[in-house]
Write a protein that binds this ligand. Structure first.
Ligand SMILES: Cc1ncc(C[n+]2csc(CCOP(=O)(O)OP(=O)(O)O)c2C)c(N)n1
Length: 559
């Protein structure tokens, strides 16, 4: 005979059974039974965040760093709605996040009870699956299913909404065994793709997040080396292929390098692996890679042909499909094509004056950690500099919000990544705008001893929006100058390491001291205020129309 457990205990026990040992959350009325049970399960570490948005981002950062589901917990109403941005971020970037929310008791549902919101309805378009648990007997299986659905196939967020009285009701707990694995899918026929890859004269590989999600690093590298086909990595594909590899070209799209975009426009074949051909990658779709046939390797069949006309769609796990392609493809080289692309390369100029440049800061971070660190970037100009300038060598060491472009992501996501990777420095790199969106999480880092190293690229502006205003809105800097507190004193208030860097000479020392300091650290870099990210494809333009330097005269384009 087993003693019945409360729903709250069943929740905890099932999470443990499924291998969950960490969660990020915030308590409140409707989730109190869960928090009451939690101390009985010391195997479940709970990190108390300072805002539920941060719980979702931290779970996301943990999930991206480990490939396992990240778990966040919130109460009903405002607690649950505060998770929304984090769930949408995870949804857009296909990361496995499981949110557990308290809900008002069943008898109160639909009565606009205190702190009742229809979180299932609100999150339906931004979750892979969501469920209101209507009785305690179904709770354990709902949690098991949520954790399984989040990671299987194309990963994504799942929400489990648990009414308070379901948490209090009792039921027998039956073990369900550890999460199972689905049998391998049948591989699609490859002959056509193999023939196209053998015959193309100007082929390219475009690698997206799917390479990282499926762990296809080796297969991608071997396929590139076997064929000599150059590799482009999208924003979320970065660190799926070593930056220093001779076959690596760089990032495509709106802020992609000129030679990368030009190669796309001249290509006769694009092998897209685990990406959705997002509009920031393609620019004006009608003018995208007009001369190229497209092979699209993608786990989610609904992505094939969604944005870009596809000649051959290969549906399945990127790693398995690349491995199968490797088994069939004959060695070749694309020397003439690569030489042609080399001729497209332009000298890099990001227009930085002075010696305190993103390049020097990122070089210092790389140097001081011997390349052994994880970079979590926020959203804006600094995100593009980090994507373009950091010399990623190791797989899955670049984490950023790509699809939703969520400012405020970096600091909490870095907490999740830091707990997943205790043996290396994890840097959150933010602008002064995005940093102020979630800097309250420094308190979480202090309380929970999470040693995130934070770099703020302070330019006194919402830089990326200011850049658009400069280029396309006649330099009208409306609502983009942004004041910051004194970050050194802020660090002091939290009792953490703080440093302000105003000249290039101090960059190395500050970065080294921040890493050497055992706890969280905050380094503010006073970078040039009106530097721009180049090149830039204007919104709506094709990849063939980059802006490569300061525009002579401001021009106005429709938003
Ligand atoms: C939550 C959210 N609000 C607004 C935006 C629009 N946006 C994109 S970049 C940007 C400016 C970012 O400024 P900052 O954080 O200082 O970074 P910088 O561009 O200066 O590097 C803004 C406002 C966004 N992406 N996310």
């Amino acid at each position: 005979m087993t003693e019945p457990l409360t729903g709250a205990q069943i929740l905890c026990r099932t999470l443990l059974e499924q291998g969950v040992d960490l969660m990020f959350g915030y308590p409140g009325g409707a989730i109190m039974p869960f928090y009451h049970a939690l101390p009985e399960y010391p195997g479940l570490r709970h990190v108390l965040v300072r805002h539920e948005q941060a719980a979702a981002h931290a779970a996301d950062g943990y999930a991206r760093a480990t490939g396992r589901a990240g778990v966040c917990v919130a109460t009903s109403g405002p607690g649950a709605t505060n998770l929304v941005t984090g769930l949408a971020t995870a949804h857009m970037d296909s990361t496995p996040v499981v949110a557990i929310t308290g809900q008002v008791s069943r008898a109160m549902l639909g009565r606009d009870a205190f702190q009742e919101t229809d979180i299932i309805g609100i999150t339906q378009p931004i979750t892979k699956h969501s469920v209101l648990v209507e009785d305690v007997e179904g709770l354990a299986d709902a949690v098991r299913e949520a954790l399984a659905v989040a990671v299987e196939g194309r990963p994504g967020p799942v929400l489990v909404d648990v009414p308070k009285d379901v948490q209090q009701a009792k039921a027998d707990w039956r073990g369900g065994g550890a999460a199972g694995r689905r049998a391998g899918a049948v591989l699609p026929p490859l002959a056509e793709a193999v023939r196209m890859l053998a015959e193309a004269e100007r082929p390219l590989i475009m690698a997206g997040h799917g390479v990282i999600l499926s762990g296809a690093y080796e297969e991608l590298r071997r396929l590139a080396e076997r064929t000599g086909i150059p590799v482009i990595t999208t924003l979320l594909g970065i660190s799926g292929f070593p930056e220093s590899h001779p076959l690596h070209l760089g990032m495509p799209g709106m802020h992609g390098e000129v030679h990368v975009n030009r190669a796309i426009q001249q290509a006769d074949l694009i092998l897209g692996v685990g990406l959705r051909f997002d509009d920031r990658v393609t620019g004006n779709l009608a003018a995208f890679a007009r001369g190229a046939k497209v092979i699209h390797v993608e786990l989610d069949p609904s992505e094939i042909g969604k944005n870009v006309a596809t000649d051959v769609g290969l549906v399945g796990d990127a790693r398995e499909i690349l491995r199968a392609l490797l088994g069939e493809i004959a060695p070749r080289d694309c020397e003439a094509w690569r030489a042609e692309i080399a001729g497209f390369v332009r000298p890099r100029h990001d227009g930085f004056r002075g010696d305190l440049s993103p390049e020097s800061i990122l070089g210092a971070i790389d140097g001081a950690s011997g390349g052994h660190c994880t970079i979590v970037s926020d959203v804006g100009q600094h995100q593009m500099w980090v994507a373009k300038l950091y010399p990623y060598r190791r797989p899955n060491t670049h984490i950023t919000s790509g699809g939703l472009g969520t400012m405020g992501f970096a600091v909490p996501a870095a907490m999740g990544a830091a707990l997943a990777r205790p043996d290396e420095p994890v840097w959150a790199i933010s602008g002064d705008g995005g940093f102020q969106m979630n800097m309250q999480e420094i308190a979480t880092m202090v309380q929970e001893r999470i040693p995130v190293k934070m770099a703020v690229f302070n330019n006194g502006y919402l830089g990326m929006v200011r850049q658009w205003q400069q280029f396309f809105h006649g330099r009208r800097y409306s609502a983009t100058p942004i004041w910051s507190p004194d970050y050194v004193r802020l660090a002091e208030a939290y009792g953490i390491f703080g440093r302000r860097v105003e000249s290039g000479a101090d960059v190395d020392g500050a970065v080294r001291d921040a890493i050497a300091h055992p706890g969280p650290a905050l380094v503010e870099f006073l970078i040039e205020q009106e530097a721009n990210v180049f090149p830039m494809i204007p919104p709506g333009a094709s990849l063939s129309e980059p802006i490569e330097g300061e525009p002579a005269a401001p021009r106005l384009v429709p938003a």
